[in-house]
Design a protein. Structure first.
Ligand code: TXA
Ligand code: MG
Length: 346
């Protein structure tokens, strides 16, 4: 058991705290920090012990590569090769921000962070505290999402404590993550960029810059580039999650009917709903994620909703399908994974 220290953002101005963060990272230990997407569990990218400790403490399969986080473009160019002309345009358009670019790695990037691949994902986070931690360390920081592997990513400080109190040296409390879903991951090694993981930088936003773009799921054939992480069970709450899609009234009636049956069996039922119709559900516990059209709000509350269901020991979780508008790809990608593709279309 490690004696975990918790800092708040304004502590990062004290030289003793800066020294502590720098020494912790450079000596191969882990610091959890907020980013605009989700919290990240960080290690000095070239420290094998620091990186191995991330895999161990998360319970993460070692073939699932990590993203390197930087505070500026100049440093990134020491670690990757830029093969395509559009890459700098993407960097300029979306950094700092929730976009990860997969590029050909230079030899200096160790294989223990890339899972043996010859590419590496890099990003400049939009969150000021994240960039400050990187600057304090003075080195690139590898950081997967700060959750035990398979659980929903942490978007609140409380989630981080739940998973990592006593397991890492330092946690920085940055409050709630603004975006709430992990960054969009794009393979930019080829002539046409390929989205490996959808996020709040959408296909349309990328297309506006690069003219062409493909979603990984649309690529047919053996050459399909993949984010190794996407093959694992993900974001899953302990309760059974079921997505219900269809006309509003039908969805409400269906969920209420099922709720009654499960509750007779003694099971606890929860519903993830938009604010407007939340009071129409009979379940014991209803979590409101936002207004139907406020997709950004829904995205930012989604993982917290799943975690809350676990904390309430809910056995059966129904969720509406949030498939309207610009961020559908990202939201439904996470929900479908969390539900193990269990979707009922009425
Ligand atoms: O928003 C985020 O990206 C957060 C914050 C902390 O920055 N990080 C994050 O990291 O979500 P992680 O490790 O939980 O997810 C990284 C995803 C995984 O699906 C991984 O397989 C993929 O990116 N990935 C990383 N490097 C890759 C590479 N070289 N080629 C293909 N996929 C890669
Ligand atoms: Mg993750």
């Amino acid at each position: 058991m490690i004696n975990t220290k918790v800092y708040i953002p304004k502590d990062l101005d004290k030289s003793s705290v800066k020294d502590d963060i720098r020494n912790t990272l450079l000596s191969g230990k882990n610091v959890i920090f907020p980013t605009e997407t989700v919290y990240g569990i960080g290690a000095y990218a070239l420290s094998e012990s620091g990186v191995k400790s991330i895999y161990a403490v998360k319970g993460r399969p070692s073939d699932n590569p990590l993203i390197m986080h930087f505070s500026n473009l100049k440093d990134i160019l020491n670690y990757v090769e830029i093969d395509q002309g559009y890459v700098k345009d993407l960097m300029q358009a979306f950094w700092p921000g929730p976009l990860t670019l997969v590029l050909r790695k230079k030899p200096i990037v160790p294989e223990f962070i890339t899972g043996g691949l010859d590419t590496v994902g890099v990003r400049i986070p939009g969150h000021e505290i994240a960039r400050k931690v990187i600057d304090i360390a003075g080195v690139p920081i590898c950081a997967p999402s700060a959750n035990i592997s398979g659980k929903p990513s942490a978007t609140l400080f409380e989630h981080v404590l739940e998973d990592f109190n006593g397991k890492v040296d330092i946690i920085i409390d940055g409050g709630k993550s603004e975006v709430g879903l992990e960054s969009t991951v794009v393979d930019v090694t080829k002539e046409v960029p390929v989205i490996l993981r959808p996020g709040m930088i959408t296909k349309a936003m990328i297309k506006a810059i690069t003219k062409e773009v493909i979603m990984n799921s649309e690529v047919i054939g053996e050459e399909t580039p993949k984010a190794p992480g996407m093959k694992y069970k993900h974001y899953a709450p302990s309760g059974k999650l079921i997505i219900v899609e269809g006309e509003e009234k039908k969805v409400i009636d269906y969920i209420n009917k099922q709720t009654k049956e499960f509750e007779i069996e003694g099971l606890k039922v929860g519903v993830i709903s938009t604010n407007k119709i939340a009071d129409q559900f009979m379940a014991q516990f209803v979590y409101q994620v936002g207004e139907e059209l406020e997709e950004e709000v829904i995205a930012s509350n989604l993982f917290a909703a799943l975690r809350k269901m676990d904390n309430m020991k809910i056995d059966i979780i129904y969720t509406l399908s949030f498939s309207k508008g610009n961020f559908e790809e990202a939201i439904m990608n996470r929900l479908l994974k969390a539900a193990n593709n269990n979707i009922i279309r009425l």
